[in-house]
Design a protein around this ligand. Structure first.
Ligand code: OOG
Ligand code: NI
Length: 468
């Protein structure tokens, strides 16, 4: 085989992890099969419209993974590995505070950032780091032991890090290096058979099951792997019909008549998996842990800052209405009513009101119909869209939602854990996260905005050429 470019390595990496996770968690394979069936049927029913938010080839191969690490050093190392697959840190998520949940992690997502790269393979990994220094969760003495435990383990072998650096630098790798990179990079995310120190795991679990999953073991693993579907309601119904019980609700926006925005997700609950424990009396024996699960998602249009503010206000209004007993407590029904009251029903209106990100193409026939007045540097984008001259094509949302993420974490926890709110939490933000990761964490809005601006600039050039 010849030189493997980053996107080829990325596609193979996603494929290798998918095969591995399917062997580890068989229900995941069911989820992937059902997702494929849902997508085929959706495509058959809706034709080209079904591909407005991504080609069927892209969507069929599309996965996101979730992993969890314990320290800035581990975060920096995993960033080097992802760079070898053309995946870069985007977005900052603070799950310590997301809607009253108590998950002691901060997160970013590694993903391709260039539209062409996303189209080739959009594999992304939601990556959380234990906030092991947050005194609300960990007292000084526990913090010390946790830090020591994490600092002493090696998650990523040197050979992997070196190969990854070589690939990132050269924009790819020759075989057999590429195959070696894939073997090593997949291997580090495999569930380890190493005995788990029972007392240590349980001690951390009393604070947070997520803390135990991260800091209670000597290796890391894929927490879940998520296929993308074009109709998540259909998927949900089919999974339930197969007897696989899903979490109670689909997280994120409700199903409604208007355009799909952002991200809708649902999952099946964590399954008991056999693990080996080392007990305090020195004996080793089998036990079970429930931490890994399956999740599925449907992606919609990326919202601008204004659109996202509106979304957040709609979520808050849904909460408010639910709190006073509206809709008999059924969140999705209440949310749908809120959506219908506030969100435009068409993509065109989302675009005109500047709520969603779009790329634009020129409709020359509409230009002829509209005549001279719409040509000229002073004509606003909104007018061009209204006149049908600028035709919006949606930009798909490539990121995550903190509240849904917290909901997904929480749905798999058996108890609330512990948080001492008398203590002040450690401050983290996207700048601190960039220091942690050791490279700049991109703001997703900048990426969407750049893509939109480039297409608008091109449109303006075309209009100027017509005017000349
Ligand atoms: C990550 C949970 C967040 C999503 O899709 O929002 C997530 C985790 O459980 O480690 O994957
Ligand atoms: Ni996920």
């Amino acid at each position: 085989m010849t030189f493997q470019q980053l996107w080829q390595l990325r596609a193979r990496f996603a494929g290798r992890l998918s095969t591995m996770y399917g062997q580890e968690v068989p229900a995941y394979t069911t989820l992937v099969d059902v997702s494929a069936a849902v997508n085929e049927e959706h495509l058959a029913r809706h034709g080209a419209d079904a591909e407005r938010l991504g080609s069927i080839d892209r969507v069929t191969a599309e996965r996101h993974g979730a992993i969890r690490v314990g320290s800035p050093q581990e975060m920096r190392q995993v960033a080097r590995i992802f760079a070898a697959f053309g995946m870069h840190p985007v977005g900052f998520y603070d799950l310590r505070d997301a809607s009253a949940s108590s998950v002691p992690v901060i997160s970013t997502a590694f993903r391709p950032t260039d539209p062409g790269e996303l189209a080739k393979n959009p594999f992304r990994v939601f990556t959380s780091m234990l906030a092991a220094d947050d005194p609300r969760f960990f007292g000084p003495e526990l913090q010390q032991r946790l830090k020591e435990f994490i600092d002493h383990r090696i998650l990523f072998p040197q050979e992997l890090l070196d190969l990854a650096d070589r690939a990132a630098e050269a924009g790819g790798l020759e075989e057999p290096g590429a195959e070696r990179l894939l073997d090593l990079a997949t291997g580090v995310f495999e569930l380890s058979g190493e005995p788990v120190d029972h007392a240590w795991y349980r001690e951390l679990e009393a604070v947070s099951a997520v803390a135990a999953d991260i800091g209670g073991v000597s290796a890391t693993h894929v927490n879940h792997l998520t296929p993308r579907v074009l109709d998540i309601d259909d998927l949900y119904a089919r999974m339930e019909a197969l007897g696989i019980s899903m979490i109670d609700e689909i997280q994120g926006p409700p199903r409604w008549d208007g355009p799909d925005v952002l991200l809708r997700q649902t999952s099946f609950r964590a399954l008991a998996e056999e693990r080996v424990f080392r007990f305090q009396d020195g004996t080793v024996g089998p036990g079970a842990l429930r931490v890994r699960f399956g999740e599925v998602e449907q992606r919609g249009i990326a919202l601008t800052r204004t659109g996202r503010d509106l979304y957040d206000r709609m979520v808050a209004e849904t909460d408010r209405r639910l709190a006073v007993g509206e809709g008999a407590g059924v969140r999705v029904d209440v949310a749908r009513a809120v959506w219908e009251a506030h969100l435009p029903r068409t993509e065109k209106e989302l675009a005109v009101r500047g709520l969603g990100y779009f790329t634009y193409t020129l409709d020359r026939d509409a230009l002829v119909r509209a005549g001279g007045p719409v040509i000229g540097p002073d004509v606003g984008l909104g007018d061009l869209i209204e006149a049908g001259v600028a035709v919006p094509e949606p930009i798909v949302y490539e990121d995550f939602l903190p509240r849904s993420a917290a909901g997904i974490f929480r749905s798999n926890l058996t108890d609330e854990g512990f948080r001492d709110d008398a203590q002040a939490g450690t401050d983290y933000d996207i700048t601190v996260m960039s220091d942690v990761v050791g490279r700049p964490v991109a703001d997703p809005h900048d990426l969407y905005r750049r893509q939109q601006d480039a297409s608008v600039a091109l449109l303006r050039e075309q209009l100027a050429a017509v005017a000349a």
